[in-house]
Design a binder for this molecule. Sequence first.
Ligand code: TYC
Length: 102
Amino acid sequence: DPDGGSDASVVTKTRPKTQRPPMYKVMLLNDDYTPMEFVVHVLERYFGMNHAQAFEIMLTVHKKGLAVVGVYSFEVAETKVAQVMEAARRHQHPLQCTMEKE
Ligand code: TYC
């Protein structure tokens, strides 16, 4: 500083934005007809839950109307939704599974 004044020293650290892929919530919706045990089975089979976890989440959906059952990349979320909807169709249950960007 040629004038002898005091320079305020401010250190700015740049933090490069790291790109993370968007994540998607997979949700199960309640209905009046799908048997509770079928929902528990779906949660065990496609979402890797143990029986106690699956039962708990099923009850949450039953009471609250819906619940997030997992968060995945787009492709994985799409596959989970398709698997659940196909299992519901095969068994002729009206169970609905949807995904939404987090
Ligand atoms: N409400 C259903 C019943 O009483 C059970 C159920 C739970 C259905 C969760 C769908 O996503 C669901 N048989």
